[in-house]
Design a protein around this ligand. Structure first.
Ligand SMILES: [Cu+2]
Length: 154
């Protein structure tokens, strides 16, 4: 019984860390870019196992300022546009991935993130919940391997 209470307390502690959000954020990564880059893209997955729709309305980091972007194709050309929010439907998931939604970091406080570095991100949702995740900076050539490993692990 004591063990039960202890694990319950630990569960409550981890829940308060995510400040009420019941979403699951994983596989966050940032593309390693040349040191002269003005912007770098951020990718991650958000799972919403709840019965309510949620919206991602912002991403924050001490490492720089971040906008939410969407890549769109028009007349065979790829464009990016800022979006105010990303809807994560109930019992659904959203991927911020190349050629789709992504975070776009600029105005770096400590320079362009380097390969292997880990950047703490805080995701902000429309219900006021904030949830943090660590994004690893990865070279694009390594990304395919990550994806393949991920698919095989499922
Ligand atoms: Cu962008």
């Amino acid at each position: 019984m004591k063990k039960c209470i202890l694990s319950l307390l630990m569960l409550m502690a981890s829940m308060s860390y995510s400040q009420g959000s019941e979403l699951v954020i994983n596989d966050a990564w940032i593309r390693a870019m040349p040191p002269s880059s003005r912007v770098v893209p951020i990718y991650l997955n958000i799972d919403n196992p709840t019965a309510r729709e949620r919206k991602l309305i912002g991403i924050e980091a001490e490492a720089g300022s971040i906008e939410i972007h969407q890549t769109i194709e028009r007349d065979g050309m790829m464009y990016m546009k800022p979006v105010d929010e990303i809807v994560i439907a109930a019992n659904d998931q959203v991927r911020l991935a190349p050629s789709g939604f992504h975070g776009m970091m600029s105005h770096f406080t400590q320079g362009v993130p380097e390969q292997g570095e880990k950047i703490l991100l805080t995701l902000i949702f429309d219900n006021g919940a904030k949830q943090s995740t660590e994004a690893k900076v990865i070279k694009e050539t390594l990304v395919k391997e990550v994806k393949i490993t991920h698919v095989m692990a499922q």
